[in-house]
Design a protein around this ligand. Structure first.
Ligand code: PHE
Length: 444
């Protein structure tokens, strides 16, 4: 692969926003609150934060350096950095994981489109909390609407992918990320000030360690990988488009902090509101879709115009946040087919989109298949991916490459170099293995 032929991101901000665009998505706003609700609240969040900062950031730096050093798609990266070895299977596992996540993620992304229409047609107004629950159920159990939205969403992703890296990915991230951030802050403030929000805030802040089981650890770790887009070569594919001056450590910290802030704030939007209208925190995947309309309705009760504008804007931004994430998953598989099988980018993208539509339809029509995809990818494939990535950088890869990439050839300080390599060598492999063994019962 000629290095000079590959596209790169245009600016430093573009690099951060595109990576954060991948990381921030339904994982923060839809999946994080519902997993927090299913796993008992504050204690789960604490474990999650530990996973993000202790395991997630070093593994993210690891993916960055693998991608930037090899200038290749994730499978190609291992072929180049570890020629003639079996490490290429780590890249291939990532491609498969990305493909599976994209298929079921697009179903939820499709739901956001349905809610844009509901918001635009003002159908939230005048409904009771029970009616929001009922209308979500009617929608998700109908067959053709979720399928139609799924297909539309994948076609939108396809459209950005064929426009290429800088024009498509970078531009869209630059506009929508900051807007989304501001809106989330406003909504969190509104939700916290709802009457009856107290128990929701307590649920988020007061850990009950009695509820922590081995399953909570695996869920928190899976959620951390999922939310940071880690363990499947997504960030390494993006890093293959980074310029040589990008500071990998600093980029990882920025992405980790943005991603965590948005997830935690999403929690502050959902739980105070859910408790205030008596929605159970463990309602599952429907949680944000049945809770949020209440925030718009109740928080702006005397101001119907504001309620209308906020709800429309929120669902549009949520769909866009999901889009910058689906783009990044799609890119993993498209770059792989394009570079490893010499397909044109356009053709590779078509194959990916078509295959995801087919798998996605199964996920849209069966909640069992949907849950299975979610479980296998987030709780098994991503942690295994993270485990192999840390072993690869910690033990296999030449120390000189690692140091060169982290310090940009010695031009920047490497204050974190030692701690990063220590985590990659020992902490991450041991922690991930223990959590996996513990929950999946390999020892039982
Ligand atoms: N991190 C994305 C989100 O939070 C989802 C994602 C997972 C994207 C894996 C890419 C790879 O929505």
């Amino acid at each position: 692969m000629a290095k000079t032929n590959r596209a790169t991101f245009g600016s430093k901000l573009g690099v951060i926003l595109a990576s954060a665009g991948s990381a921030v998505g339904l994982g923060n706003i839809w999946r994080f609150p519902y997993k927090t609700g299913n796993n008992g609240g504050a204690a789960f969040i604490l474990i999650y934060l530990g996973c993000i900062f202790i395991l997630g950031l070093p593994i993210m730096i690891s993916e960055f350096l693998i991608g930037r050093h090899s200038h290749a798609n994730t499978a190609g990266a291992y072929r180049i950095l570890a020629p003639g070895t079996q490490w290429k299977w780590v890249g291939r596992l990532g491609v498969l994981t990305g493909f599976l996540i994209l298929s079921y993620y697009s179903v939820v992304a499709g739901w956001t489109l349905e809610y844009i229409i509901e918001a635009v047609t003002n159908s939230f107004s005048g409904k009771t909390p029970e009616e929001f629950v009922a209308s979500f159920e009617t929608f998700s159990n109908s067959s053709w609407r979720p399928v139609m939205w799924l297909i539309l969403f994948l076609l939108a992703t396809h459209f950005v992918i064929v426009r290429g890296v800088e024009k498509g990915i970078e531009k869209s991230a630059k506009i929508m990320m900051p807007t989304l951030f501001i809106l989330i802050v406003i909504l969190a403030i509104c939700s916290i000030s709802l009457p009856g929000a107290g128990p929701g805030i307590e649920f988020l802040l007061k850990p009950d360690f009695g509820k922590v089981t081995s399953g909570v650890f695996l869920s928190a770790m899976g959620q951390a990988f999922f939310s940071l887009s880690l363990g499947m070569g997504c960030l390494s594919t993006y890093a293959s488009y980074f310029g040589k001056n990008t500071n990998l450590t600093r980029t990882a910290f920025s992405v980790g902090i943005i991603d965590t802030l948005i997830a935690v704030m999403a929690g502050f939007i959902i739980f105070p509101a859910a408790f205030s209208v008596n929605i159970q925190p463990d309602a599952g995947p429907s949680l944000i879709f049945i809770t949020l309309p209440n925030v718009f309705r109740k928080a702006f009760s005397g101001l119907p115009v504001l309620a209308y504008l906020f709800s429309v804007l929120f669902y549009v931004l949520l769909a866009l946040a999901a889009l910058t994430s689906t783009i990044s998953m799609h890119e993993v598989v498209t770059a792989y087919l394009h570079e490893e099988y010499k397909m044109t980018r356009g053709r590779a993208a078509k194959v990916v989109t078509a295959a995801c539509i087919i798998l996605g339809i199964f996920c849209a029509l069966s909640s069992q298949i949907f849950d299975l995809f979610d479980y296998v990818t987030a709780k098994i494939m991503l942690p295994f991916g993270g485990l192999f990535i840390s072993l690869f950088t910690g033990w296999y890869l030449d120390k000189k490459i690692v140091k060169d990439e982290i310090t940009n050839g010695g031009t920047i300080k490497y204050s974190f170099y030692k701690s990063i390599t220590f985590v990659l060598k020992y902490i991450a492999p041991i922690a991930i293995t223990l959590i996996l063994i513990n929950e999946l019962g390999f020892l039982k």
